[in-house]
Design a protein around this ligand. Structure first.
Ligand code: FAD
Length: 467
């Protein structure tokens, strides 16, 4: 039959990748349809990811900050937690942002179709909408179907075993919690729950938490966070779980496995995310999907089918919102006929823990693995007036330079607000800055941001803020 909806560009999935692509496409004058299975736009990031986690982490950081105030001569009582209100604060944040997106879609005349979409052929998508089906005929399509949390098949179905979405629901405050997987998502949730008073164990298969970041950064985080954990079990696997009345009985194997099973009130499984590429009928459109569910694309975000693009988590690592957004813009522009490319020199990573850990460009580990000749400069925050005034001078700022080209190729920051501070290093890498470009840039005093200029001066051998 005839398609009910015709469009220039169909975007499947309304996460950061999808809505960014749809909005750019509409701004370029294309008739754009955005298909999303959930009632709100924003995908994982706004509804159950970046944003709600940061709302709770903000709250946690204020609570933790206040704990230091007795040292400044100011004391408060123990925190009283109203979980319902905390949840309402977080939900309010989400609503404000997703509501904003709905308004932005409307203003651009992006047609939003709510329902589960699947390709019928290279030019049609069928959407299972409330009470029926809709067929959309498209000239071009952008797949932005995202990813979902990986499950551990040997754990039982039980409301006390959750993924990040379940943990963000904040149904109750457990006494003992197990975090399976010591990556960014797991550690962010561990930060929130531990501040709420929960005793936490973390189990990680590899030999360190927060993989991907240089160990010198993580070491500072480690030291500041020992108080949050009863046990951090490295090189250890979770091998079984039994739901009992008393709790979830979890057993472990490996180097730091405890002698017997351990009992938890809440188990968070944060062992990675898997792409949704296999769930959208991609084969009917002729789009190739890898065994793991990723969709391979070229630098213009084209799949193997020239008029179908893919962006965001579904095309691969790093699974981050800011990467998805930039890819979305490229896909929309190329669909419009422009010569755009995704050509990022760096994609920053941030753990919004306490302290925050942020890194961009090459890590030292990568430089070593790739045989890059590099020089490194570190500015310790113990020499930063602002960090000392904040009572938080445990951090440091690190810059990595290619010693052949003299350009900055990477950097990392551990300390409060590291995630906000890393942007300057991102720009420096993209612009191919040399140490003098950063060191001779006048940074405001006294700020944590100064530490980036000072690290550059350290590299040049004339930092006057260090002994
Ligand atoms: P998604 O956001 O996954 O959106 C895909 C959308 O497609 C979803 O809304 C889904 O419902 C829809 N969809 C899929 N299939 C269909 C279908 N067949 N029909 C209709 N709709 C469909 N990233 C950061 O950069 N910073 C952070 O601080 C951060 N924190 C995170 C915290 C948590 C707890 C989690 C889980 C993730 C976090 N991320 C963070 C990762 C970030 O959320 C993702 O990288 C980002 O959402 C990916 O965007 P996307 O557009 O590719 O896909």
């Amino acid at each position: 039959g005839k398609a009910e909806i015709e469009c220039d560009v169909l975007v499947l999935g309304a996460g950061p990748g999808g809505y960014s692509a749809a909005f750019r496409a509409a701004d370029l004058g294309m008739k754009t349809v955005l298909v999303e299975r959930y009632d709100t736009l924003g995908g994982v990031c706004l509804n159950v990811g970046c944003i709600p986690s940061k709302a709770l982490l903000h709250t946690a950081s204020v609570v933790d900050e206040v704990k230091h105030l007795p040292d400044h001569g100011i004391s408060f009582g123990a925190p009283q937690i109203d979980l319902g209100k905390l949840r309402a604060f977080k939900d309010g944040v989400i609503k404000k942002l997703t509501g904003g997106l709905a308004g932005m879609a409307k203003a651009r005349k992006v047609e939003v179709v709510t329902g589960v979409g699947a390709f019928l052929d290279p030019h049609h998508l069928e959407v299972a909408v409330a009470g029926g089906k809709k067929t959309i005929r498209f000239a071009k399509a952008i797949i932005a179907a995202g990813s979902e949390a990986v499950k551990l098949p040997f754990l039982p179905e039980d409301p006390r075993i959750v993924d990040s979405t379940g943990a963000l629901e904040l149904k109750s405050i457990p006494k003992r919690m197990l975090v399976i997987g010591g990556g960014i998502i797991g550690l962010e949730m561990a930060t929130v729950y531990s501040t709420l008073g929960v005793r936490i164990d973390v189990v990680e298969m590899l030999d360190g938490l927060m993989q991907g970041a240089d160990r010198d950064l993580v070491k500072v985080w480690d030291k500041m966070n020992t108080h949050r954990f009863d046990k951090v079990m490295l090189k250890t696997k979770t091998v079984g779980g039994k739901a009992t009345e008393a709790g979830i009985e979890v057993s472990f194997e490996g180097e730091q496995a405890p002698a017997g099973p351990q009992l938890y009130d809440l188990v968070l499984v944060s062992v990675g995310r898997s792409p949704n590429g296999k769930k959208i009928g991609a084969d009917k459109a002729g789009v190739a999907v890898t065994d793991r569910g990723f969709i391979d694309v070229d630098r213009q975000m084209r799949t193997n089918v020239a008029h179908i693009f893919a962006i965001g988590d579904v095309v691969g690592q790093p699974m981050l919102a800011h990467k998805a957004v930039h890819e979305g813009h490229v896909a929309a522009e190329v669909a419009h006929g422009e010569k755009s490319y995704f050509d990022a020199r760096q994609i920053p990573s941030v753990a919004y823990t306490d302290p925050e850990v942020a890194w961009a460009g090459k890590t030292e580990e990568q430089c070593k693995a790739e045989g890059i000749k590099f020089g490194k400069a570190v500015f310790p925050w113990a020499a930063s007036g602002r960090a000392i005034a904040n009572g938080r001078d445990e951090g440091f700022t690190k810059l990595l330079f290619d010693t052949t080209t003299h350009r900055v190729i990477g950097g990392g920051i551990v300390g409060t607000h590291a995630g906000d501070l890393i942007s300057e290093i991102c720009l420096a890498i993209e612009m191919g800055c040399e140490p003098a470009d950063i060191g001779k840039t006048i940074h405001p005093h006294p700020t944590l941001g100064e530490s980036i200029g000072m690290a550059a001066e350290v590299f040049e051998g004339h930092c006057t803020d260090l002994p």
